[in-house]
Design a protein around this ligand. Structure first.
Ligand code: FEO
Ligand code: CA
Ligand code: CA
Ligand code: CA
Length: 628
């Protein structure tokens, strides 16, 4: 999402100047934590001219109405906002939308993409369930007549609010590849829309506790809907983890009528709302239902293979502005979920299940995410990362400090992490383990409000407008370890104008990037980075790829450029690496751009019609692997 609020963290790390130089040095970029990998890969045959292992022709930095891929690649538009998902969905008509039609159609602002093979458990082939988040709505682009700017959403009338609520949430679609072309399978029995009104269950330590109870749900165990679902992940047993991010912007009303003022402020509640929902739906009015916001900001688990299944909010994984939730499996089979809290000066977390997962009995894993340990990360200047347990009764997380039990710890995870002195970061987005090299990568998108006195080794730039990527090597190569080593892989920005950038020295004038957001890895363990910069450096957002080991480490190259105003999310490679799916989110977003006069009409380019957020499939014209 583009509009992240001012920092609300209570804590600030001691300023640290040491080691920053070393961590930003060229030697660091080339070696970092990867010295062993350099030796291993140096012996393999050269695949490309120069140090990079990638062979695609780099896409130039641009900023125009359409997308760009390298020569030898092509783009298919798989599904667009308003396309049918469920039976009976009317054809998309931008001038006669309704909540009823939107409930059957593909939602707005597709973000996370996940692939689940069909049949379940099969070696991945040409059929998948694709799960898609619909993060938020740009009402000034999707709805006619409501004008310009952030305030446009506040002008939505009751019927338009209904459309917005139906356009949030998620979709499950069945997709199939035939002759290298991807299509959505019509009439799939798995097709599903989830929105801001879908009934869900609340599970884990917060379920049924006092702060979760509302007049509509006196038990504190049932909630309607999810919204602002940004990135996500999947479990080893094939369920979808979808992450509620900036939930606070949907709640209106006077914060001073709420109990727990300080706690509410810590979650930015009661600031000017970004949506008109509170005018028409009581539960979004803080004065009427002060506990309703406690029921958002969670990881939601959904089984895409069970279209009637009830989504479950897994409260053990903590409540914050969740970006993604990517798993790794520890040595002993326990599942480790890495997560970022995407706000300025917020934390990186991981959750480790109490028990191993069972690969032979899917049902045995059903409630595995309800029991385990949540940790927040502290990054020390000596290169150590320490995972601090958020466990009631341990350290400062006691009744004296306002935590009556684990429910309070997870509902107010930010405050618990403050007391543990976790390290406030430059907006942690995706945090993901690389299955080839065993290390973990953290995309820190940017943080223009970090002050010089708040700089530390892991966040080494004040007014960080371009972000950076941190690499962690878990101790002993075990994701359950409570310590590890960290380093900065790259520091983004335009090397010709931004101070403190760090890339491979041969990164080209088109290869630098700004604001890393979602990341993924290919089968060779190489890194793919999607950006969300909001044109801060005048270039369109895009996708960049770099090696992590060998002589091309941190040599980013631009693979894709998005249409004007769009960010790129959800980069997902098919298991055979022959297709890269991307979410093109909020094309046309930006000042002065409206339904009537958008800055682009991508992807249809139809006169009088607005742009449409869409999922695209990128393939190589010769059918080869992406990036090669
Ligand atoms: Fe919704 Fe963190 O980007
Ligand atoms: Ca987004
Ligand atoms: Ca994101
Ligand atoms: Ca972002």
């Amino acid at each position: 999402m583009d509009d992240h609020d001012e920092p609300v963290s209570m804590s600030a790390e001691t300023p640290i100047g040491t080691l920053i130089e070393r961590r930003l040095s060229r030697r660091g970029a080339l070696q970092g934590l990867a010295a062993a990998g350099v030796a291993a890969l140096a012996a393999s045959p050269a695949r490309a001219a120069g140090p990079s292992s990638f062979t695609f022709a780099e896409v130039p930095h641009v900023n125009d109405a359409t997308h760009h891929v390298p020569e030898a690649y092509e783009v298919q538009v798989l599904i667009r906002w308003g396309d049918p998902v469920l039976p009976g969905a009317p054809a998309y008509d931008p001038r006669s939308q309704s909540a009823a039609s939107q409930r059957l159609q593909f939602g707005y602002n597709n973000d996370f993409l996940g692939l689940h093979p069909l049949p379940m458990g099969s070696p991945a082939g040409d059929r998948f369930l694709m799960v898609v988040n619909h993060e938020y709505t740009n009402s000034n682009l999707m709805l006619p007549g409501i004008g310009e700017g952030r305030e446009a959403r506040l002008r939505a009338d009751e019927a338009q609010v209904g459309i917005e609520m139906a356009a949030h949430g998620g979709s499950v679609i069945e997709i199939a590849r035939d002759g290298g072309r991807w299509k959505v399978v019509e009439g799939s029995r798995y097709a599903r829309r989830i929105d801001a009104t879908t009934p869900m269950r609340i599970a884990g330590p917060a379920a049924g506790t006092a702060r979760m109870k509302t007049s509509a749900d006196p038990d504190g165990t049932r909630v309607l809907g999810m919204f602002n679902n940004c990135a996500g992940g999947e479990t080893p047993w094939g369920t979808w983890l979808t992450c509620e991010e900036n939930f606070y912007v949907y709640f209106a009303g006077e914060q001073d009528k709420m109990p727990d003022q300080a706690l509410a402020r810590r979650y930015a509640l009661g600031r000017a709302p970004a949506y008109a929902w509170g005018k028409y739906v009581d539960r979004f009015d803080l004065a009427r239902e002060p506990n309703e916001p406690n029921r958002f900001g969670w990881i939601v688990e959904i089984d895409p293979y069970d279209p009637q299944g009830t989504p479950v909010k897994r409260t053990a994984l903590g409540r914050f502005a969740h970006e993604g939730c990517h798993h790794a499996v520890a040595r002993d089979g326990r599942v480790v979920c890495y997560m970022g809290d995407d706000s300025r000066m917020e934390y990186v977390y991981k959750f480790v299940t109490a028990r191993p997962w069972n690969p032979n009995d899917r049902a045995a894993n059903r409630d595995l995410l309800d029991d385990g340990t949540l940790y927040a990360a502290r990054f020390d200047a000596d290169g150590t990362v320490t995972w601090l347990p958020l466990v009631h009764g341990q350290g400062p997380l006691t009744a004296e400090n306002g935590f009556a039990g684990q429910a309070d710890v997870v509902i107010h995870a930010r405050r618990a992490a403050d007391l543990l002195k976790a390290t406030p970061m430059d907006r942690p987005e995706d945090v993901e383990a690389n299955r080839v090299n065993g290390r973990v990568y953290i995309a820190l998108t940017n943080n223009a409000s970090r002050k010089p006195e708040q700089v530390d080794a892991a966040n080494p730039r004040a007014k960080n407008e371009n972000g950076h990527i941190i690499e962690i090597a878990p101790a002993g190569g075990d994701h359950a370890a409570t310590t590890g080593r960290w380093d900065i892989l790259l520091a983004a920005g335009d090397p010709s104008r931004d101070p403190g950038t760090k890339y491979h020295p041969e990164t080209s004038a088109n290869g630098w990037l700004s604001s890393p957001d979602n990341i993924t890895f290919d089968n060779k363990g190489r890194l793919w980075i999607a950006t969300d910069s909001g044109e801060v450096r005048g270039i369109a957002d895009g996708v960049y790829a770099c090696d992590l080991d060998g002589p091309g480490r941190a040599l980013t190259r631009q693979f894709f450029a998005a249409p004007k105003g769009a960010e790129v999310c959800g980069p997902t490679l098919t298991p055979d690496n022959r297709t890269l799916f991307l979410s093109i989110q909020h094309p046309g977003e930006g000042k002065g751009s409206t339904f009537e006069t958008p800055s682009t009409r991508w992807p249809d380019f139809r006169d009088g019609a607005p742009p449409r957020p869409s999922v695209i499939a990128i393939t190589k014209k010769d059918g080869g692997t992406i990036g090669s």
